[in-house]
Design a binder for this molecule. Sequence first.
Ligand code: MSP
Length: 502
Amino acid sequence: MVPKFSATTPIYYVTAKPHLGHAYTTIVTDAVCRWHRLCGDDVHLLTGTDEHGLKVQQYADAAGKTPREFVDEIAPLYADAWRQLDVKYDDFIRTTEDRHKRGVLKLLQACYDAGDIEVDVYRGHYCVACEAYYVEDELVDGNCPIHKTKAAYVEEENYFFRLSRFEQRLLDWYDKHPDAISPNFRRNEVIGFIKGGLNDFSVSRKTLKWGIPLPWDNQHVTYVWFDALSNYITAHGYGTDDQQFAERWPVDWHFIGKDIIRFHCVYWPAMLMSAGIEPPKGWAVGGFLMVGGEKMSKTTGNVVSPLELIDEFGVDGFRYYLLADTVYGNDGDFSYEGLVARYNSDLANNLGNLAARVATVVEKKCGGRGPAPRPDSPLAQVAADVVRDADAAWRGAQPSRALEATWNLIRATNAHLEQHEPWKMEPGTAVDAVMGDALEALRIVVILANPALPTTSQEIWRRIGLAGRIDECRVGVDTQWGLYPGGSVVEKGEPLFPRKKA
Ligand code: MSP
């Protein structure tokens, strides 16, 4: 049986256009999925948009549009952005779709029937930007701790999900699944939060119109987070296609930012448990990309548009920077200077230079045809170690480490060329031996780099005379040393990563 691998991104609020922070989470998810495809897995990547709730309704009002008109305008911008950034998703769910609504109704009813949803009165604060409830002592000077804006006092009849009943069940579940949250320090945070005692949370609003009415009381619409989290199962057939759901759930990873960890790692598994559904297998929690020391967001105004950067650095240059520059799980610092520096050092100088050098020497010293590698090349062991390390890192949702390993092979190959200086040799077996090894290392490098650089890796593959598509290669089979066929025509071509001025 072909192994299955399935991952999700958060579904993004349609109140902001796609920015670098959204692109970051989505590209990490895409690259990890691409690695699993290279391993031959049957992969599914789900993304989408979060379209209900007070925030969307307020933005629509401000734009003089109906919520429906408003969301229909913004949602396609996300799908377009992901296409332009070479994100290969399998499904894009919008919470305003009928299949989603049907699944949400089923989940609500299941939790209600289990006795875990009850009516009560909510008295407390609400931050519309977070779409989240806060108790008094979570506020900072009466303001939302994240957005630093006033959190409104609310007192209204709500239905509550009895989260407080799930403390022990959640702790037991995490005990049995010690690796479910990555990185590990986030797991400790979640466990600490649960042990601190869980409050019930509202699952409905009475004053809101833009949402899904509760199946047993249409005076209320579903709270946007209950609605949004459900996308992960409704997209996989919950409420519409039982067989599909049985085949696809639970997913392997929810990729999320650290800002939404409580919703995902506490509320969500409890909601699923209430309905008798297995929690997901794992959560890969990323940090924030900061700009000038602040989290990038529409509210802070420091928004960087991904689509402008790809004009300058190419899709692959931009993807590479996001994947390589920040250890997934930690906060990262975005700066234009940092992007230029990493592009120049890793892509223009290391990879680009290796590809150009190899092609030049093969043209001058090997008659333009790439020689075969030696089975006992000193680079063979380096390559085997790198393949092993890259595989472990991709599987652990650590793109920067996977790319660091891959670049070790690039560096070793450049060092191999510098050591032997084939450009100073006369044509013959000695040159062929050095260049065959370099070509073989480059062939393996571009397979390994393919999840980050889908287009340029394929172009290098073609230039070194290889047929077919990298995404049809298999890690473990095609990454074995010695498969570069001697005699292929090698082409130089224009620089793939022209140097940028610092
Ligand atoms: N709609 C909710 C998520 C519902 S998922 C069931 C939401 N949307 S959001 O558009 O505001 O943000 C979603 C995610 O975008 C964040 O959790 C995070 O993964 C990512 N990021 C948004 N800004 C970011 C940065 N500045 N840096 C890194 N990621 C950030 O919350």
